[in-house]
Design a binder for this molecule. Structure first.
Ligand SMILES: C[S@@+](CC[C@H](N)C(=O)[O-])C[C@H]1O[C@@H](n2cnc3c(N)ncnc32)[C@H](O)[C@@H]1O
Length: 215
């Protein structure tokens, strides 16, 4: 299933779960910052940012159905449909970009790199990328599904990728993969966390703030 079709098919039913940590974010981003939520889903994180006092907010997502849900739930938010992994904004137009549980849905290395490069392009030098995403787990259920997907793809997929019965293909990352993906940024904060998942389980994860260098 194409990503847009999958996200449209679950747009009314999924609850997204990785938490917005307001105190963590406030250490790096002032209230007047211009903030983009890349892969914003139905806008729940932007709604929380509004409650924390942030005002200059925009969210984009490839799923028109998720954006419709967001506009219904939060009519005052600026939510837009956007093609996958690309951003229709000039270079350096934001002080902060949020990327919550998006990499986990973009399982291909090259597509992840395109997406992160887009996030970097629209950030001001010195701007920050706040990322929540999932890390590899070592329990039997996860190990089994990682191995099953590797054999089904003859080892051509990254270890940690797995398929769900509802049509989703998702990825849990090694820390090494995370370091490689964000190597053009400075790491301002990196914390291992355990997150609830949108499918009712828990998973290892991380919350990180990566800063675009000034030069
Ligand atoms: C698990 S949801 C998280 C949504 C939101 N960030 C949140 O935490 O509430 C993943 C989101 O990523 C979006 N997405 C998936 N692939 C994408 C891509 N290639 N480019 C941009 N967004 C993508 C989906 O449409 C979906 O809204």
């Amino acid at each position: 299933m194409k990503p847009r079709d999958y996200w449209n098919s679950v747009a009314e039913t999924k609850t997204f779960t990785t938490p917005f940590d307001a105190a963590f974010f406030a250490r790096f981003v002032p209230l007047d910052a211009a903030i983009l939520d890349f892969g914003c889903g139905y806008g729940r994180t932007l709604a929380e940012l509004t409650q924390s006092g942030y005002r200059n907010l925009c969210g984009v997502d490839l799923s028109d159905k998720l954006i419709e849900r967001g506009k219904r739930l939060f009519p005052t938010l600026d939510l837009r449909v956007s093609p996958p992994s690309t951003l229709d904004f000039p270079d350096a137009s934001f002080d902060a970009v949020i990327l919550f549980a998006v990499l986990t849905c973009v399982v291909d290395d090259a597509e992840q790199e395109t997406l992160v490069a887009e996030a970097r392009r629209v950030l001001q030098p010195g701007g920050v990328l706040y990322v929540n995403d999932f890390l590899l787990n070592d329990d039997e259920r996860n190990r089994d599904r990682y191995e099953r997907y590797q054999s089904a793809t003859n080892g051509r997929s990254a270890f940690g990728t797995f398929a769900l019965p509802d049509g989703a293909t998702l990825r849990h990352h090694s820390e090494e993969r995370v370091r490689t993906l964000f190597q053009s940024f400075e790491t301002a904060a990196f914390e291992r966390r355990v997150f609830p998942t949108m499918n009712g389980h828990v998973s290892n994860g991380f919350a990180a703030v990566f800063r675009k260098p000034l030069i």
